[in-house]
Design a protein around this ligand. Structure first.
Ligand code: FAD
Length: 311
């Protein structure tokens, strides 16, 4: 990913390397009284935003991530009940974007996508018509990004957990914010905690060169609010995102509050640390800012911004 070029084309400004990327405001949020209850991961903000966008006609379908047995499964939905069925984080790299292609083929023209940072980056790249096709139309109208430090490789996680539990009993998983350092597996009648040190080897190598913790290329980005697991942190990034937030609050889908300064500082620190780690790792792999024919790069960021991030 050439972040300088992507930022210029998508946001009309060069990539700054600021920890949270470009944004208008940060608030706290959770599903409001007008939003049906579900097995939300945290405050239900992602589900509420998608439900509101569907009801308002801002999108004609939502590309979400459901579960198929143990594995995450992309799902294209247009009904509030189906949005609720997809609630909850599957802490695995998921082929969510396959459902965007399916939506295009089925005639959808205004899709909303709930996306991890890598998926949001991919959608932003696609939106710039990189292959310069004459018949190109972007069918994605809204991206609600998730915060993500890393995901897990599904096949490796399945093998790891299979040795420790009956996979059919898994109802949900959670990785609470630091200092917990555990993956919590909810088995219905009991919860099992697995130290993150044991599952870190299951992280795909690509996550380790990802510089984006807060889905910087999304319209809105949502994560867990530090110290309040039933609330979310919500970052508003674009005019589309601001319009949806205003509507969601007005129509009772969402309630919002003031983001605590300390929480915002910790979020910036964690995001900045992810950028540093990614640059170091890409450098170690020889995949940062290579020029010339045949010299592949995973990341391209201007030297000045690299220096600022590493300072
Ligand atoms: C792999 C992963 C890592 C994460 N890491 C962090 C983190 O480090 N810090 C943090 O604050 N938050 C992280 N989150 C986000 C957090 O778990 C919640 O998704 C977020 O706070 C939204 O909560 P909610 O209650 O609004 O979500 P809900 O209303 O329950 O909706 C969750 C939505 O996430 C989508 N989804 C679930 N799994 C995936 C997936 N694998 N890929 C794409 N979309 C998916 C579903 O479609 C659903 O619509 C991570 C999420 C994932 C999937």
């Amino acid at each position: 990913v050439d972040l300088t070029e992507l930022s210029t084309r998508v946001r009309g400004q060069p990539y700054s390397g600021e920890p949270l990327g470009a944004f208008e405001q940060v608030v706290t949020a959770r599903a409001g009284a007008g939003q049906g209850r579900g097995r939300f991961q945290a405050g239900g903000t992602v589900s509420a935003l998608m439900t509101c966008a569907l009801a308002a006609g801002m999108i004609d379908g939502a590309v979400l991530t459901d579960r198929d047995g143990f594995y995450p499964r992309p799902r294209l939905v247009s009904d509030p009940v189906e949005v609720l069925e997809c609630a909850g984080s599957k802490y695995m790299a998921a082929p969510t974007l396959a459902a965007v292609n399916e939506g295009r083929e089925r005639g959808y023209r205004k899709l909303g996508v709930a996306a991890t940072p890598c998926q949001a980056t991919s959608l932003a790249l696609r939106g710039t018509n990189p292959l310069e096709r004459d018949d190109w139309t972007d069918v994605v109208s809204l991206v609600v990004g998730l915060f993500c430090t890393w995901a897990l490789e599904p096949r490796k996680l399945e093998a790891f957990l299979r040795e420790r539990m009956d996979l059919t009993r898994i109802r949900a998983m959670d990785i609470p914010p630091p200092p917990a350092e555990v993956l919590v597996v909810d088995l219905g009648d009991e919860k099992t905690e697995i130290p993150l040190a044991q599952i870190r080897p299951l992280i795909p190598g690509t996550c380790l060169v990802c510089p984006d913790m807060t889905s910087e290329w999304a319209d809105l980005s949502v994560g867990v609010l530090e110290g309040r697991p039933d609330w979310n942190t919500l970052i508003v990034r674009t005019a589309v995102g601001a319009e949806l937030l205003e509507r969601a609050v007005r129509d009772g889908y969402l309630e919002t509050g003031t983001m605590p300064e300390a929480g915002l500082d910790h979020l910036k620190q964690a995001s900045a640390a992810k950028k540093k780690r990614a640059i170091v790792r890409a450098g170690e792999l020889g995949l940062l800012n290579n020029d010339g024919e045949g010299r592949k790069s995973m990341l391209r960021i201007s030297a000045e911004v690299v220096e600022r991030i590493m300072a």
